[in-house]
Design a protein around this ligand. Structure first.
Ligand code: ZN
Length: 487
């Protein structure tokens, strides 16, 4: 920086005119449904002031540099920032020369005629990761209009190193980001009316547009240049994609911020059939919940338990109170293997047809059956036939849970068909698979399904574990956890 004549000034006035015309997507959070799944509105992303803001004006011949940049206090990072500023400044000087030579209008006047404005946003994604986004506006005397450029740099605040995009992202990142972006801009006003016609081509995952982002506290902030996908009046556009939406495709930031060892959580002991108390679950890895209704059945539930035990896996059993009373040892084994046990009512009635009193009577009867057989009363309730209308929901004191993948095992009674329904699902992460513990074919299918799911990289978890890790929810009595929880 030494070769530049440096002029330190208070710059409030100059910097207010740095031509920052960005329109921020997340601020205009109008979401219009019309049968399209809503994308949650995202709160505006604030720049987080890191270190101290430096404001300088420097001159070099006819050029003026109006610069804003941070001093972090970490020598290595500050040196890197200084290098970045030098690069941007030299690039501007070169542009100026080239433009003037082309136009043969080399300026001879003494006053400044071309300006470089630089300001920045800083974001802290985690304790040690920072993104600096510099906005550069060039006003060159021989050019009709000013040009804006965005420069993005990531830093490791511990080592002071500049980090490349690749160090944060994993396979599938650009695909997820591209899909979310297209969905957001095609469903949200004012973007959906103004998106350029060939946006789908422009926004393909490998377009490079999903490599330009800031790591913020809440998500990944993407930058789209002026005229790239919207008319010039939009300026450059930013879109924040929450970390939740990019789950599993990031390294060391967002939901994947902490090392895996630190995030392995031990399920607290509950003693009430909501799962194992010592098994470690990695929240960063995909997980799926197998569920078995209508049991316990000594033979076929027994075989399902054998298969689970063999692979060190767990499932959730929604047992009928009448059968719990008849086969307490099977229920005890479900619990001993760390499985979750819920109620499927006492005798599989259609609850939509029951009165309030009948519903409560059934709940009490079933609770007694469990209490007598294995010493606890279930918290989860899976309604028979999935029938759980508003009236049932208003009365039911247990946490009502459904499923999201129906194997139709009771109908097909065919192992291949059961396997097919599961295999045709592209992504089972966070999903609940419905089976029935009383059929021989369901037991046969389970013996194939468990190793298949494990080979695919899924952790087998209970329904309560799924709610906990995917939604940070402890199932509450009287609440309905329907299909949308297990997508
Ligand atoms: Zn059932």
């Amino acid at each position: 920086m030494k070769k530049w004549k440096v002029c330190l000034l208070a710059l409030m006035v100059a910097l207010s005119s740095t031509g920052c015309v960005s329109m921020v997507a997340k601020a205009a959070s109008v979401v219009e449904g019309e049968g399209i799944e809503e994308i949650p509105a995202v709160s505006p992303q604030q720049t987080q002031l890191v270190g101290q803001k430096e404001s300088v004006i420097e001159y070099d011949g006819n050029l003026a540099f109006v610069l804003e940049y941070p001093r972090i206090g970490n020598t290595l990072v500050d040196e890197e920032i200084e290098k970045i500023i030098d690069e941007i400044r030299e690039d501007f000087a070169l542009q100026y020369q080239t433009k003037n030579e082309k136009q043969k209008k080399r300026s001879t006047q003494k006053d400044c005629d071309s300006f470089l404005y630089l300001n920045y946003d800083s974001y802290i994604a985690s304790e040690d990761k920072m993104t600096l986004v510099f906005r550069e506006t060039q006003e060159i005397s021989t050019m009709a209009s000013s040009a804006t450029k965005i420069h993005i740099y990531h830093f490791d605040l511990n080592t002071g190193a500049r980090l490349g995009t690749e160090s944060f992202i994993k396979e599938g990142f650009r695909e997820k980001a591209s899909a979310y972006t297209i969905k957001y801009f095609t469903t949200t006003a004012p973007y959906k009316e103004s998106l350029f016609g060939d946006y789908a081509t422009t926004l393909v995952p490998e377009s490079g547009r999903f490599d330009r982002f800031a790591l913020t506290a809440d998500g990944i902030l993407f930058y789209f240049d002026r005229y790239d996908i919207f008319p010039g009046s939009f300026g450059d556009v930013e879109l924040l994609i929450p970390y939740e939406e990019l789950r599993g495709t990031l390294n060391g930031v967002g939901l994947e911020a902490l090392p895996v060892e630190e995030k392995v959580v031990v399920v607290p002991p509950t003693g009430n059939g909501t799962g194992d108390t010592t098994r470690a679950i990695d929240p960063n890895k995909p997980m799926v919940a197998l569920t078995y209704d209508d049991g316990p059945n000594p033979k076929n539930t027994g075989r399902i338990l054998d298969a689970l035990e063999k692979h060190g896996a767990v499932a959730t059993f929604f047992d009928l109170g009448s059968l719990v009373a008849a086969h307490p040892a099977v229920v005890q084994r479900e619990l001993d293997l760390g499985c979750e046990v819920g109620s499927h009512s006492y005798s599989h009635k259609n609850f939509n047809k029951l009165t309030k009193a009948e519903i409560l009577e059934d709940v009490a009867l079933t609770a007694d059956a469990f209490q007598n057989a294995v010493g606890f009363q279930p918290i989860l309730f899976r309604p028979p036939y999935g029938n759980c209308n508003d009236a049932v929901q208003a009365v039911m004191p247990l946490a009502m849970v459904t499923w999201s993948v129906d194997t139709l095992d009771w109908k097909s009674k065919n192992v291949n068909e059961i396997m097919k329904t599961v295999k045709t699902e592209a992504d089972l992460d966070g999903r609940v698979i419905l089976m029935h513990g009383i059929y021989e074919t369901s037991a046969n299918a389970t013996e194939k399904l468990i190793p298949y799911l494990l080979e695919q990289g899924y952790q087998l978890v209970t329904v309560s574990e799924l709610l906990k890790y995917k939604h940070n929810i402890t199932p509450q009595g009287g609440t309905y956890y329907g299909y949308t929880y297990f997508q």
